[in-house]
Design a protein around this ligand. Structure first.
Ligand SMILES: [Zn+2]
Ligand SMILES: [Zn+2]
Length: 391
């Protein structure tokens, strides 16, 4: 950090954080589902309910409310009575620590729990409810850490994941701004399936509060991560055509014996042949004579292309077309089929989660792990902002 001018840093981070609207984040929840009807019920604390901006009631914490689309409005009711129809509804927590559960009427849906406030409106085309969790930034980060990193990892790993999720949020805070929320709860932004319930997730967020990662130019990094790199991560430009100073390929031995280190897949020669035929775009009679390349080797490191005569097919295209776990595979002919022997799971750019979890178990600290997977990056504390404001 010594090469970085503190005042420039503070100014840049200040401009980032002012977009976060103080300390809260607006997250669209249940964003992958079409919700027309759902139930809201507090699980701790108490709530005030507003309909179209008017206070309707101070809410009994044991109550259950149903919200459903009815024409252009949202019908709000309890099991006992109809309360009314509104264009928008807001459930505002009266205490700092208040939480609620929601559940779609769809019988296959699960109960989800969230902290802080809820806002409900109708989508522009009137086809579904738009449900927004207005939540303290750090509580949101804890929920993302739990959703993205799973359970049973070590505290040091969760700390790193918290820093990366916070960095990712602040770098993408304007992603949905025209839709009147900031991030969605899907992997499009970051998975956020519920509030955090694990002590370690909450502790990790508290112990890293405000920490984010920047590159040499003081930009928040694109904190890319994936499940398992298979032994070697990828350069960002080889996967996304975007070159960065920090998303650089590294050899990683930490993930080699973890759950997602290896995979196998069998594809018939016929399917492979017709696939190459389409890619070559050659006349059918020529293609029928030509079986195409049936072996391919990445034993000594990652390649970017599958080379077929004068044709270069990006491995990421083959991965997408055949829904393979990674681009890090070799191919061997096996009777009427081809055997794909693969390594790793995911796009391979940035942090390898299983490798990082293993490093944490081996007692590397979160700074060591961060600098192993991201080159030339710096950890900075957003609390420097307070110093700037007092100047
Ligand atoms: Zn999104
Ligand atoms: Zn790895």
């Amino acid at each position: 950090m010594k090469s970085i001018n503190k005042y420039i840093l503070v100014f840049i981070l200040f401009s980032v954080v002012t977009n976060v609207h103080a300390e809260n984040v607006r997250v669209r929840i249940l964003s992958t589902k079409i919700i027309k009807n759902f139930i809201f019920s507090p699980i701790s604390g108490s709530y005030m309910i507003y309909g179209d901006g008017i206070l309707l009631m101070d809410y009994d914490p044991t109550g259950i409310f149903q919200m459903a689309i009815e024409g252009d409005s949202i019908r709000l009711k309890t099991f006992e009575k109809n309360i009314g129809k509104f264009a928008s509804l807001k459930m505002v927590a009266k205490e700092t620590f208040a939480a609620y559960k929601v559940k779609s009427i769809d019988p296959t849906s699960h109960i989800r729990t969230y902290d802080d406030n809820l806002e409900v409106s109708i989508s522009a085309d009137k086809s579904q409810l738009k449900i927004i969790n207005i939540v303290d930034l750090e509580k949101y980060i804890a929920g993302v850490v739990e959703s993205e990193a799973g359970k049973n990892s070590s505290l040091e790993y969760y700390k790193l994941q918290a820093i990366l999720c916070r960095t990712y949020l602040l770098a993408h805070i304007n992603r949905h701004v025209v839709e009147n929320f900031e991030v969605c709860d899907d992997v499009h932004c970051q998975a956020y399936l519920s509030r955090a319930t694990e002590d370690n997730d909450l502790k990790a967020v508290i112990e890293t509060k405000g920490l984010v990662v920047v590159d040499n130019e003081l930009n928040l990094i694109t904190a890319a991560f994936h499940a398992n790199c298979g032994g070697e991560t990828c350069n960002s430009q080889d996967v996304w055509a975007i070159s960065t100073t920090y998303l650089k390929s590294v050899k990683d031995t930490f993930c080699l014996h973890e759950t997602a280190a290896k995979w196998q897949r069998t594809i018939s020669r016929e399917d492979w042949k017709s696939y190459l035929q389409v890619k070559r775009n050659t006349p059918l009679e020529d293609s029928l004579k030509n079986e195409g390349t049936t072996s391919f080797n990445q034993q000594n490191g990652r390649a970017i292309f599958f080379v077929e005569q004068d044709l270069k097919i990006p491995l990421k295209t083959i991965r997408a077309d055949f829904k393979l776990k990674s681009t890090y595979f070799s191919i061997q002919p096996l009777g009427d089929s081809l055997k794909f022997s693969g390594r790793g799971y995911g796009h391979g750019v940035g942090l390898c989660q299983e490798g990082a979890m293993r490093m944490a178990k081996l007692k590397y600290n979160f700074q060591d792990i961060l600098h192993f997977y991201y080159k030339d990056v710096h950890l900075v504390d957003l609390s420097a902002l307070n110093y700037f404001k007092q100047e």
